[in-house]
Design a protein around this ligand. Structure first.
Ligand code: SF4
Length: 277
């Protein structure tokens, strides 16, 4: 890993040294083309290489929760979710674990699409290794400004990495069923933040200029004050309707046609999953 840790000996910046998960279940509330009818077979991995101060899954990203799994146990979960009717297998926060995920895919390659749901802070070499097992990319694009990413994650180079990673992900061809279930493709998510309209519009402009028309954009309104935000007064409130609507209008103005928008009632701690491990 680029943080320099030998994870055979200790944990790295991501907080783990192997596969740990906090929950797996059929998630009904992802974008409609992802959850579709039966729900997305979502697996939440412990640890994260980005460590946003406002993390909505704080206990999991900081490795305070989670159960260790072998590659075989993870492969069994792929199979179990598939048998329960999952529309796909969704790997949530997998970026720091690609080298551990490959053996699980070698043991069992799901017959349903596999979704890679990351922060966008991905390494191109790791992506190239896991890409043959991935059908759908579902990355965040959180920040364009290095100053903002430094403020909220400590990483000035977030956009530099995310931009390259998402351009790579955009090579996945778009395939949808006639009923609207995604089989292959790219959905870029942006969580609109308090005082975040300018950053969001910069994200939209980049999305429009850099990505092919086959890419989808998902504008999320569900920001909930959570995590290590004591020293960030602007983060202690939800996003207002005025802020979110301004970003949606900007997406319309830019003619972004493949667009998901979210009900503003989708925010609040009740939408943070109850962790199982
Ligand atoms: S919000 Fe996402 S990227 Fe940021 S720390 Fe949490 S899991 Fe990681």
């Amino acid at each position: 890993m680029k943080c320099g840790a030998n994870r055979l000996e200790r944990t790295g910046a991501c907080g783990v040294n192997g596969i740990h998960i906090a929950k797996y279940y059929l998630h009904p509330f992802e974008e409609p083309c992802i959850s579709f009818k039966n729900g997305s077979g979502t697996i939440f991995f412990t640890g994260c290489n980005l460590r946003c101060v406002f993390c909505q899954n704080y206990e999991v990203s900081r490795a305070k929760r989670g159960k260790a799994l072998s590659a075989k146990e993870l492969a069994d979960i792929f199979k179990e979710l598939e048998d329960r009717g999952a529309e796909n297998i969704s790997l949530v926060t997998p970026s720091h674990l690609t080298s551990y995920l490959l053996p699980a895919f070698e043991l069992y390659k799901p017959k349903i699409p596999v979704v890679y749901n990351s922060s966008g802070y991905d390494d191109l070499k790791s992506l190239a290794l896991i890409d043959p097992f991935i059908d759908i990319y579902l990355p965040d694009l959180k920040f364009v400004s290095p100053a903002l990413s430094k403020r909220y994650t400590g990483r000035e180079d977030y956009f530099e990495h995310a931009e390259q990673a998402i351009r790579f992900m955009a090579k996945k061809p778009l395939k949808m069923t006639t009923e609207g279930k995604m089989l292959s493709g790219l959905v870029v998510r942006h969580l609109v933040m308090p005082l975040g309209v300018k950053n969001a519009v910069d994200v939209l402009k980049w999305f429009k200029e850099a990505l092919p028309e086959t890419a989808y954009l998902s504008l999320m309104s569900q920001y909930t004050p959570f995590g290590e935000i004591e020293n960030f007064p602007e983060l202690k409130r939800p996003v207002t309707a005025r802020e979110y609507n301004a970003v949606v209008q900007a997406a319309f103005d830019l003619n972004i046609e493949r667009l998901f928008i979210q009900q503003r009632s989708s925010s609040g701690e009740k939408y943070i999953p109850a962790w199982d491990y």
